[in-house]
Structures are given as C-alpha cells and as structure tokens.
Design a protein around this ligand. Structure first.
Ligand code: ADP
Length: 423
C-alpha cells in the first residue's frame, strides 16, 4: 500500500493495521471539519476529531486518540487552516499518519447531482464538477471543495476519494425522482429529487442482509435514518426505489430543526404577508422548525423530559413526528408491495425506544409490530425487536457512515468495480 511519507518521527504504542492500512475520512462542512481515521477491516475509529467555528477567532479543535482527548481554542480563519490544524493534531497527539499507514482519504460530499452514482477517485475534473454543483447545495459543496483542495495539496501521496450522499439514490425510478413541475424550468435548473443520507441507507440495508444471513437481492426493506436530520428509504433487492429527501435535505420526515414536508405555498405566504425575506424563510424552515420549532428543544432526550413535565408543545411535536413517520411507512409499503424488514438507525432510531414503539403502534394489520422487551433492551449491536409472529421484521442497526466511506474508498482504490455497493 501507499503510506503517507514524511508524516513525522513520533513513536507511539499504536501499531498500524498490517497490510490493510487505514483511511482518513473527512467531512468538511460549511463551518466545521469532522474527521475520523478508520480501520476499514476491523471497523474501529482509530482517532477522530472536529474543528468547529471555521472563520472565527475562537475556533475549537478536539482530537481523540487512544482514550485521550485534546481540546484547544485558536483562530481558524478558513478551511485550509482547519486542515493544517487537523494534520498537526495527528503529529502532536498521534497517531502520525505514517504510523497509521493511511492508504486513502475519503471525502464525504453531500450533493453529487446526477453526475455521480458511486465513489470516484478525485482529480481536477471531479473537483470542478463538485464546484459546478454548488447552486444545488450552497451550504455544503463550497466547504467540500475547499476541504478537498487543501487535503489534496497537504496529502499528495495518497488517492483522495469522493463519496456522495446522493449516489445510492441515483437508482430511483423517474416517477419517484420527478417533481410535477413544468419540465423546461425543472430541467434548466436541475430540479428533481436526489435524496441524501445515501451512505447510511446503503450501509444499514447491507448490514441487515448480512446479519440475517439472507441475500440482499431477496429483501424488500424500509430504512428509517432518524438522527438530527432524518430520512426514510424504500429499497427493493438492494436497489433504492424511494426516499424522503428531495432536491435538498429539507423534504420528507420531521427533523430536529427542519420542517420536512410542507406546502410550498407557506413560503409565498410568509414572503408576501409576513414580510420575510427568502433567506429568513430558508433559515426558519431549515434551522428553527421541526422538533425544535414545535417544542423548543431538538434533542429527543430533552423532548421526553418536557413531555413528562406535561409540556403540550413537546407532546404535539412528538405526535407530528410519529404521524409523519407512519405516513411514510404506509406509502413505502404501497411502493414495495411486500416489506421484509423495517430498520431504525441513527441517534434517535438507535436509542429512542419510545419513538420506535409509537411508530409501530397500530400497524399490526400491515404485519408490523414491536416486542416491548426486545425494544427496551439497550445494545450497540444490530438486533431484531419485532415479535416472532410478524411478517415484517423490525430491526435496530447502528449506522456507521465513516466506516462505509472507508470501505468504499479501499474497494475503489483496489480497483473493485462494485466499490459503491460495499458496505
Ligand atoms: P446527526 O448525525 O444528524 O447530527 P445523530 O444521528 O447523531 O444526528 O442523532 C442525534 C440525535 O439523536 C440527537 O439530536 C438526539 O435527538 C438523538 N439521541 C441521541 N441519543 C439519544 C438517546 N439516548 N435517546 C434519545 N435520543 C437520542
């Protein structure tokens, strides 16, 4: 493999992962850079960190390795500086990237448009294409481009790979991805449904098949990725046929701070009658709505505390959230015809037994139910939480987007044509 050279002389107790090496996964957002050094074989995070408040005088840098956590506050004027800081963290706190035998850098990219249906090795043309897609993802793709450019410059000896959140959903049928918007305008502006969280939906549906010991091709699945952002997908035989997010990650389920589905006329109404600007409405729908907008707190642990204290707004927020989830399960049932497995994943899906129980409540006639004892059990492992009699299995499967990215990178670098389907 191809270790990064000249990455420092520091000797530590960390031992590299033999012939397999590790992958540095970078998620370069608008104002932060998250990173994780992943062993793609064992699956563990060797080290991880976060640079927050890029563009500010008081940027916050956190680096975790071998049970230690280093935190420092310093100015982080731009993404270039942020990535230089990241590399310095490895030199200072370990492991050095040479010790870790980094074989690839994987960059998470939110919007790949219609151009990318799988991971790609990054060259100048790929960077330009991601830049061209900025109008479709103005909050995300500029940070990705900046991060990729600097990372390629600072780590020139290893392949850089882009993994797109939208790629898994490039298989959606035309009827599912087309908005009933006048064709010429839609085409001229690349307006269609793209879907997001694809890396997670793909990883989790693949894991379900492995855990059950059943071929992916024979399973019809619904995956509910319920984190701060939330999305549902319908997957037939490993191929995504529906998903809840659209042109942007705003459509679909109720989320931590996003409305999900809403009548678009609300926007005209707020603009014309409440005098709000487009930017203000954008902010309202994306950052001030959802569970936070209804209950004042977007964390489900806080939400349940409010409900226990008798807060009516919090109760309504949960009711709206569950109602929307049920609607999507019903709709995806109709799309798939037969549902073999429904899987909960991400922060809420993995941890919140109340949300899971309420979501399945009343769906017995669809062959969907949850066993209370199995649902209550806390475990980091994939598990079945439905009773034995149901026609549809309900599962909890922890997602791991970083690992999925790392494995796709290694497969692509190794020349595997099916790299995009490796989870
Ligand atoms: P994202 O990656 O979208 O930021 P995560 O998948 O990390 O989100 O999920 C974060 C959310 O998970 C939190 O906002 C919180 O609502 C929820 N969450 C985390 N832990 C728990 C828990 N123990 N019980 C209920 N909800 C939880």
């Amino acid at each position: 493999m191809n270790p990064i050279s000249g990455a420092g002389e520091r000797v530590s107790s960390y031992s590299a992962h033999g012939a397999h090496g590790s992958v540095l996964v970078i998620n370069s957002g608008s104002s932060s850079v998250k990173y994780q050094l992943v062993n793609p074989v064992g699956g563990e995070a060797i080290a991880s960190g976060l640079v927050e408040r890029i563009g500010e005088e008081d940027g916050i840098v956190t680096h975790k390795f071998a049970g230690n956590k280093a935190k420092v506050t310093l100015p982080v004027p731009d993404h270039g500086t942020a990535l230089e800081i990241v590399l310095n963290q490895f030199k200072q706190h370990g492991p050095t990237l040479a010790e870790a035998d980094v074989v690839a850098v994987g960059h998470r990219v939110v919007q790949g448009g219609s151009s990318f249906s799988g991971p790609v090795t990054i060259d100048d043309a790929v960077v330009e294409k991601i830049r061209d897609l900025i109008p479709l993802a103005p909050l995300h793709n500029p940070g990705h481009v900046a991060g990729i450019e600097v990372a390629r410059r600072l780590l020139p000896d290893v392949p850089h790979v882009a993994i797109f959140d939208t790629a898994f959903f490039q298989t959606l049928p035309e009827a599912a991805y087309t908005y009933a918007l006048e064709t010429e305008t839609a085409k001229a502006n690349d307006i269609r449904r793209y879907g997001f969280h694809g890396t997670s939906h793909q990883y989790v549906s693949g894991k379900v098949s492995r855990v059950l010991g059943r071929r992916l091709e024979e399973l019809n699945q619904i995956v509910l990725h319920l984190g701060n952002g939330a999305s549902a997908s319908a997957i037939r035989g490993g191929v995504a046929v529906e998903t809840s997010m659209g042109l942007t990650p705003l459509e679909g389920l109720v989320m931590g701070t996003r409305t999900g589905d809403i009548d678009p006329a609300v926007i005209f109404h707020l603009h014309r009658n409440a005098g709000m600007s487009i930017d203000e409405i954008d902010d309202l729908l994306n950052k001030k709505s959802g569970i936070k907008g209804l209950a004042g707190d977007n964390d489900f642990r806080g939400l349940h505390e409010l409900i226990a204290a008798g807060d009516a707004g919090a109760q309504l927020a949960l009711d709206v959230y569950i109602h929307r989830l049920k609607k999507y399960i019903g709709a995806y049932h109709a799309i798939l015809g037969r549902v073999d497995v429904i899987t909960f994943t991400a922060g809420v899906g993995e941890n919140d037994d109340i949300v899971r129980a309420l979501t399945a409540k009343g769906l017995e006639s669809l062959g969907i139910a949850i066993d209370p004892e199995r649902n209550d059990e806390r475990s980091p492992d994939p598990r079945i939480i439905s009773p034995d009699w149901t026609s549809t299995l309900v599962m909890v499967v922890p997602t791991n987007e970083e690992l999925a990215i790392a494995r796709q990178c290694v497969a692509l670098v190794a020349g595997d044509e099916n790299a995009g389907s490796i989870s």
